[in-house]
Ligand binder design. Structure first.
Ligand code: ADP
Ligand code: MG
Length: 419
């Protein structure tokens, strides 16, 4: 029944998130700086605390893994060096307490794990200091995606553990990695000065850097002569569009490869990339939308209609009358303007919408303008329930007729809403 298909991929795993490339393309400067910041470890000196920041998909995690694996390997050449590296991804952890318990468990054996709740925080910290001291030597603690953690207590404690006498036997260095630019600004000044001894910024990739990264990866992942040249170009363009994000580009390349494989194609073509892009986008939109409340959906629906009418960016006060009508259509009390605006900001935070600050000069003060940041057709599709509940707005009806799109063609059109 099953037969191995090998016509497209040589090694599909090379496109997965957990694949570690042998070399990193186009990050020479950042890696040089990073390497110098780690040099004290090899010298047997007190390690630096290091803080890396930059948007997602710009190689922070990859560079860290790359350098730390070299560091570990090279450290074995020096008999007097005893290096331990403890890496923790903080995605899904929201408090310092959770981080500390995870770290303790990371240091401990399977049989000796602690429960992630129930201890006083100070006890968990004590356990952590004990574990680190028991290691002795040099201990590097890597906290990736640290911006998920809402309080900076663990950063404060760890980055200053050598100054306060919590740890006496080991030399500890913290590497904090953040996808969020504002994270650093929100740290308390004490934490900032101790954690950010060495700061390294990872800028977004340019389209040509993304092309190099994709070529390197495609070489490993695909069979020879399977990719149309334009495939790399398109995938790179997609990743560089707003974020310079290598992850997005690589994901798209994999999606295109999968579509080619599933369709028994002999080559991966531009058409596969186009279809892949829509599928990824659809997934992203679904994800962005499912977490919203009912009012969030109504606010988004209103915003989509402005987008379709070509009226964006819009101010909150322009969205409001339409949102209010939508709320009334479904028998809900409309939220007060401020609360409605909170929903717009939330959409912006989720990447569903984008927000711009406008300045009207001395008199007008500043205000915000919003626009949809996703494909309107796919958004309507994902919001189908809301659209059906409220009714199909004129702009949506016009769009559906003119777009004649496969995904949305089978809409039942009840009474159309006009304004
Ligand atoms: P970040 O941690 O900044 O969000 P990652 O390090 O996870 O980004 O990079 C995203 C993806 O892109 C990973 O699969 C990684 O291997 C790849 N990647 C990033 N930068 C490079 C590079 N310079 N060369 C090769 N692959 C890269
Ligand atoms: Mg990362």
């Amino acid at each position: 029944m099953f037969e191995r298909d090998t016509s497209i991929y040589a090694d599909r795993d090379a496109l997965r998130e957990d694949y570690q490339p042998d070399t990193l393309v186009g990050r020479d400067e950042e890696i040089d700086t990073y390497q110098s910041a780690l040099q004290p470890v090899i010298n047997g000196e007190q390690p630096n605390n290091i803080f890396l920041y930059g948007k997602t998909g710009v190689g922070k995690t990859a560079s860290t893994q790359y350098l730390l694996s070299h560091l570990r390997e090279d450290a074995t050449r020096y008999d007097d060096l005893n290096l331990a590296v403890q890496t923790l991804n903080c995605d899904g952890l929201s408090s310092s307490y959770q981080v500390a318990t995870q770290l303790v468990n990371g240091f401990r054996d399977e049989a000796d794990q602690i429960s992630t709740t129930g201890y006083p925080r100070s006890t968990v910290y004590e356990m952590l200091w004990d574990e680190i001291d028991a290691r002795g030597g040099t201990v590097l603690v890597v906290l990736d995606e640290i911006d998920h953690v809402e309080d900076d207590s663990i950063l404060y404690q760890l980055s200053r553990a050598r100054a306060t006498d919590n740890i006496s036997e080991a030399a500890v260095g913290v590497i904090g990695i953040s996808n969020d630019f504002s994270f650093r600004e929100n740290l308390s000044p004490k934490v900032r000065s101790s954690l950010c001894e060495q700061e390294i910024h990872f800028p977004a990739y340019s389209a040509s850097e993304l092309r190099s990264i994709l070529r390197q990866r495609a070489e490993v992942a695909f069979r020879d002569d399977i990719l149309e040249e334009a495939v790399i170009q398109l995938c790179a363009a997609y990743g560089s569009k707003d974020a310079g994000d290598a992850r997005q580009s690589i994901d798209l390349l994999m999606k295109a490869g999968d579509l080619a494989r599933d369709g028994d194609a002999e080559e991966v073509t531009v058409d596969h990339v186009e279809r892949g892009r829509r599928e990824l986008e659809r997934g992203r939109i679904k994800e962005g939308i499912t977490g919203l409340t009912h009012h969030g959906h109504l606010v988004l629906y209103a915003l989509v209609t402005f987008e379709l009418e070509g009226e964006t960016p819009v101010r909150s006060r322009e969205v409001r009358p339409r949102y209010t009508r939508f709320a009334e259509m479904v028998g809900r009390d409309p939220l007060v303007p401020r609360r409605m605006r909170d929903h717009l900001s939330e959409l912006a935070m989720l990447g569903v919408a984008s927000v711009r600050e406008r300045n009207e000069g001395r008199r007008g003060g500043t205000y915000h303008q919003y626009e949809l940041d996703m494909d309107p057709g796919l958004t309507i599709e994902a919001m189908r329930e809301t659209v059906e509940e409220v009714g199909v707005h004129r702009s949506v009806q016009d769009y559906l007729i003119s777009a004649d799109s496969v995904e949305t063609a089978d809409y039942s059109l009840p009474d159309s809403l006009t304004e």
